[in-house]
Design a protein around this ligand. Structure first.
Ligand code: EPU
Length: 352
């Protein structure tokens, strides 16, 4: 148990009332009751013991790029900033690389490309950290990160046990995993093991990506470049216009429902999945209802070039984000009889 003996030797010193505006993607004004940034696992374990011995809840963030924060987050907010890459296995064709949870996702993907390794190139430029990637099973341009995860090292907050989880243990699904459930929230991800290839077929089933590479032989490097260019053309840079990427998940419906939707709205994009379910385009629905043109008085609005992305133009607050989200959900429900689900994680509690 990694917590054993830490109470008496505890050297971490969390700071009270620290702004975490830089640790939520929409840059909403928010404070942590206590805050600690950890550069190694020992500090993390000490931070957890510091909080639990004071009966304070622990909230873990990476860079907060997919997080919406309430104005006050009670307890200890720990920012995981642990770094490190380690080659675990290399048979000449296939490799397993372990990345620490605090590594920046895009920096890590760029490193795999520099090594000539396939597997993560479609996931270039996604904001956030390695440790956050499995939580919402990040996905883009035909690839979900779960397809490249061999396993994870986690620490159980409740007892200090460090263990390995298999992909099956993680219950990955579209933009979802066990780590989003009440049961899974007890795990803190320490590192992630990725399966990479020295050669592989590029995944080009996203039409715009295939078009961008039509005259070339795909390599990890030019798929990576094309994905970076595509994302830059479609999505706002969070450093310039704060956002959390897609604000809603694409809803998944039964094939019968999808047929009904196709009859009523033949233009709405539909994406069949491996199961019997069909994903519908939330961006298309929100766009049809005119939300892209809507600029509120609150500074929070919908990105002019993509209806699935909420942005903070100027000094917006959490309540503005949640009320705009509720208005969008209600309008989509009224028009399409479909209930949209928010995609980012929420930290804190409105009543604290
Ligand atoms: N569309 C509109 N109007 C809009 C936006 C989209 O009509 O304002 C329609 C268009 O027909 C477009 C279609 O929606 O062709 C799909 O749009 P896009 O290709 O941008 O994909 P998405 O379904 O909106 C998903 C992911 C993105 C990922 C892209 C590409 C989710 C929730 N979002 O978006 O992920 O980059 O596919 O694979 O699944 C993220 O999770 O933060 C994210 C950006």
């Amino acid at each position: 148990m990694v917590f054993d003996g830490l109470l008496s030797n505890n050297v971490v010193d969390p700071k009270p009332k620290v702004s975490i505006a830089h640790l939520n993607g929409l840059r909403l004004p928010a404070h942590a009751e206590y805050f600690l940034r950890v550069d190694n696992e020992q500090q993390l374990f000490e931070g957890i013991v510091w909080a639990t011995s004071r009966d304070l809840p622990v909230t873990v963030v990476g860079e907060g790029s997919n997080t919406v924060a309430h104005p006050f987050v009670r307890g200890l907010v720990i920012q995981i900033a642990t770094l490190g890459l380690k080659l675990l296995h290399d048979d000449g064709c296939k490799l397993t690389v372990r990345a620490a949870a605090g590594e920046n996702w895009h920096v890590f993907v760029s490193w795999t490309i520099e090594q000539g390794l396939y597997g993560l190139e479609n996931l270039a430029l996604i904001p956030g950290t390695v440790g956050a990637a499995p939580v919402q099973n990040i996905g883009a341009y035909g690839v979900e990160v779960a397809s490249r995860i061999r396993g994870l090292r986690v620490c159980d907050l409740t007892n200090g046990e460090v263990s390995n989880l298999s992909p099956q243990d993680c219950q990955f699904a579209y933009r979802d995993s066990r780590f989003k459930s009440t049961d899974g929230k007890r795990f803190i991800i320490l590192s992630v093991d990725f399966m990479l290839d020295r050669s592989a077929e590029s995944i080009l089933n996203y039409p715009e990506l295939a078009r961008a590479l039509v005259d070339t032989t795909p390599t990890p490097s030019n798929v990576f470049d094309a994905v970076v260019a595509l994302r830059r053309s479609k999505l706002p840079d969070p450093e310039i216009l704060p956002n959390v990427g897609s604000f809603f998940k694409n809803p998944s419906v039964s094939s019968e429902q999808a047929q009904h939707v196709r009859r009523e709205w033949p233009e709405m994009p539909q994406y069949p999945t491996a199961s019997d379910r069909v994903k519908l385009s939330a961006g298309w629905m929100i766009d049809q209802l005119g939300w892209r043109e809507a600029t509120g008085q609150t500074g929070i609005g919908i990105y002019s070039q993509h209806a699935l992305v909420m942005v903070n133009h100027d000094c917006g607050h959490t309540e503005d984000v949640l009320s705009l989200a509720a208005a969008i959900v209600a309008s989509v429900e009224a028009e399409f009889a479909i209930t949209l689900e928010m995609e980012p994680s929420i930290i804190g509690n409105p009543t604290d």
